[in-house]
Design a protein around this ligand. Structure first.
Ligand code: SDX
Length: 421
């Protein structure tokens, strides 16, 4: 096995190297502190791997995204959200019988406990749907018997995981209906996951909208060790229950640097439109270090080339808007921003490209989804990925996540009375 040699205070330490199935190299420092008395530092974990994983492969330099080895482009073209969710969680494309069993379990969770409806209704209609989603998801823990999350069986995963997909769909739709002053209808097991969601939301079935949503959910389903998957993994590593762990994922996703960006993108595009549509002015603002304005939907920790999801969503934007007969000026502004940014040295040097959030909001808006629900849509799509990552962590029996630090505060000092300060 090859090793990395690291010299600390004149002494050479050998750290084993792990080489992944796509040739990625990881220096295993799991024994580094006990051998050297020192730790590594990496704010934001930009260069640190938290785990080995078989789930999703992202090649940021070449704009590649694969779920369990299948290219995202092929899955969008040939699969569907439920099948992709099952693939992410279980590792293989399901047989029709196991996919039906998965769908049946989702259907078993098609009615929320009354107490969860009460949690949703307890929020003001102005409450951000991500706060409601996080609360309701975690609240579900009160309606399920506690389990030892350190010894879950495959039967437990087969029970809990699809049910969570059923509950998140119901919570999102129930919150929307509450905010509209409407009651929620009943889930219809004869409909697909996305058609049922659309029907629960808007009280009507629209195959074009459901198909668009299915592709968007596939594109959002997982993205290896992103911020929210890490949050769900960290909570899961403490053996917190699945409701608390997935609620952790929702909370992290809410941030505007992460999943909250899709809402910020549309708000940015609307603001540019209101300001006369001069997007070039906003390119300059995004480059100005003294200006807090950032080009939302641009840039990515891993993709230093096109985000393949943004490419698919951009094409899909045109298709969906044409199919629905929707004209949206923000699409032209988005395309103008992209065109300008991709030839501007500031963005080119920093390898800043449109990410998954740049165009997705334009489709959500055309589908009739309110802007403040865009990140909830991201969460619905991402839930299977979070659960796949969470399940992998538990089945790998990973240690509790507990990073170290380098203390830079005050050295030992004595207490002084308030009179003397
Ligand atoms: C998602 O990780 C994932 O996989 C996430 C995700 C998923 O599927 O889970 O892909 C989903 O979260 C996509 C990202 C959505 N967020 C946004 O669109 C918000 C805008 N983007 C940025 O805030 C930023 O690009 C991040 C947060 C996405 C990435 O930040 P990094 O990797 O920490 O990079 P950085 O902030 O250090 O930026 C490097 C440079 C800096 O300039 P310099 O200090 O080198 O001069 O690029 C600049 C930044 O100022 N920069 C931007 C910019 N993004 C980075 N400048 C203007 N506008 C931007 N959008």
């Amino acid at each position: 096995m090859s090793v990395a040699k690291i010299e600390v205070n004149g002494k050479i330490y050998e750290a084993p190297i792990t080489i992944g199935s796509e040739g990625e190299i990881g220096i295993d420092i799991s024994k580094f502190r006990s051998q050297t008395g020192s730790i590594t530092l990496d704010g934001g974990f930009k260069n640190t791997g938290a785990c080995t994983s078989d789930i999703t492969f992202v090649d940021g330099a070449n704009g590649v995204l694969r779920y369990r080895g299948y290219a995202i482009e092929e899955l969008c073209d040939k699969s569907n959200f439920l099948e992709v969710s099952n693939l992410l969680v279980n590792g293989e494309l399901p047989s029709s019988s196991s996919l039906n069993a998965f769908a049946d379990k989702i259907e078993e969770a098609s009615a929320l406990p009354e107490g969860i409806h009460n949690i949703i209704k307890s929020f003001p209609k102005s409450a951000h749907p991500m706060g409601v989603l996080s609360s309701a998801l975690c609240g579900l823990s009160g309606f399920f018997p506690e389990k030892d999350y350190g010894s879950l069986t495959q039967a437990d995963y087969d029970e809990l995981i699809p049910k969570m997909m059923g509950y998140i769909k119901m919570i999102a739709a129930a919150n929307y209906r509450h905010n509209q002053g409407l009651e929620i209808g009943k889930s219809d097991s004869s409909l697909s996951y996305c058609s049922d969601f659309i029907n629960l939301m808007f009280g009507k079935i629209d195959d074009d909208v459901a198909e668009a949503l299915d592709v968007l959910f596939i594109l959002h389903a997982d993205h290896e060790q992103n911020c929210s998957a890490t949050a769900a993994r960290v909570a899961g590593s403490a053996q917190a229950n699945i409701f608390a762990s997935m609620s952790s994922g929702v909370n992290a996703l809410w941030g505007p640097r992460h999943g909250g960006a899709n809402q910020k993108v549309i708000e940015m595009l609307e603001m540019i439109e209101k300001n006369g549509g001069d997007y070039k002015k906003f390119i300059e603002k995004a480059k100005d270090k003294s200006d807090p304005f950032r080009l939302m939907g641009f840039g990515h920790r891993v993709y230093k080339n096109f985000d393949p999801r943004a490419k698919i969503i951009k094409v899909y934007c045109e298709t969906v808007l044409n199919k629905l007969g929707v004209k949206d000026a923000t699409l032209d502004i988005a395309k103008g921003l992209e065109e300008e940014a991709l030839k501007d040295p500031y963005f080119v040097e920093r390898k800043l490209y449109p990410n998954v959030d740049f165009y997705s909001g334009i489709i959500y808006r055309a589908l009739g989804i309110p802007t403040n629900m865009f990140t909830v849509m991201f969460a619905i799509g991402r839930l299977p990925g979070w659960m796949a990552q969470w399940k992998e962590l538990l089945t790998q029996n990973m240690a509790i996540s507990r990073p170290r630090q380098i203390y830079t505060g005050k050295n030992l000092r004595s207490y002084t009375s308030i009179e003397s300060r």
